[in-house]
Design a protein around this ligand. Sequence first.
Ligand SMILES: Nc1ncnc2c1ncn2[C@@H]1O[C@H](COP(=O)(O)OP(=O)(O)OP(=O)(O)O)[C@@H](O)[C@H]1O
Ligand SMILES: [Mg+2]
Length: 321
Amino acid sequence: MPEIGRLQELIYELEVGEVMTRDVVTVTPQTSMAEFRELLREHAISGTPVLERDELVGVISIEDLIKALAEGKMGDMVGQWMARGAVTLKASEPLVQAVDHFTRYGFGRFPVVDGAGNLVGILTQQDIVKGLLKRLEIEYHEEEIRRYRASHVFEDIDSDRTCILLHYHIAAHDFEHAGESSSKIKRALSRLGMLPSVIRRVAIATYEAEMNVVIHAREGGDISVEIWPDRIAIQVVDTGPGISDIEQAMQPGFSTAPASIRELGFGAGMGLPNIKRCADEMLLESPPGGGTFLQVLIHLNSFETPSEGGVLKKIASSLVA
Ligand SMILES: Nc1ncnc2c1ncn2[C@@H]1O[C@H](COP(=O)(O)OP(=O)(O)OP(=O)(O)O)[C@@H](O)[C@H]1O
Ligand SMILES: [Mg+2]
């Protein structure tokens, strides 16, 4: 249980001031026991420090109240029942000191003072438990976020440029193995700790692109996925026959798939539109007489809405120039 070990460390790391209750309900020695009872009820607490002209002079608790009640002394003043000369904790002390105080004195609460001795808060065992749990939860949350940042894979690698490359060859018309590359890609991203939403988008885009090569390309093709600290770049290339009218191919519902393919459940004309939906940037090219070139970019650690253009267009135009 690593949590237990971490809890023990936290008792040394956290300071009393970090977990104490800051809004302290106080009474004075002149407060009546009846008023004190109302305060406990109203604030759902079991004791308060007693202040006289801003100076801490004692602590009074529900145990004192019960005794006064038993003796029918609710008209008495707090000053007659409080414990004088309160044992305090310093805000800057580590929690382990407080834990020790609770076991040593058996009190339910300790007033917390600053370096100058001024009352700055109150500490109960409940405050300690709450403080520890809150801190553990924050750490757990941070760890989760860290795990989901793909870039942590690259954290300890020192280089000018680092990326992970996944490459697969896709055989034409091989329906037996169709979809295997994209499921391997999906598994790899999952192993790398990518965000589920990112994995989903990459999985859909690569699956559709892979199926297009299987179905439409004459000689199969290649799919590569580059995982960079800030983005995932997918490239799918084949050697033909290419797409004569890209705008038309991008239309939802447009398909040239023959009946034999449609019988297999493909050919709805939704592959390319689906890819576009998953991409932050998408580039589809098919020079006359050549094959089809598809590039898809998915940004990591960004909440941008997917759009066309941007970096890919710039890269493409610089390649053409
Ligand atoms: N790699 C490719 N090579 C040649 N033509 C392609 C290629 N990819 C897509 N096309 C053309 O673009 C059309 C639309 O593709 P899209 O993926 O949107 O639909 P589909 O593959 O026909 O059907 P679905 O993807 O819904 O099963 C295809 O019918 C085909 O004519
Ligand atoms: Mg398709």
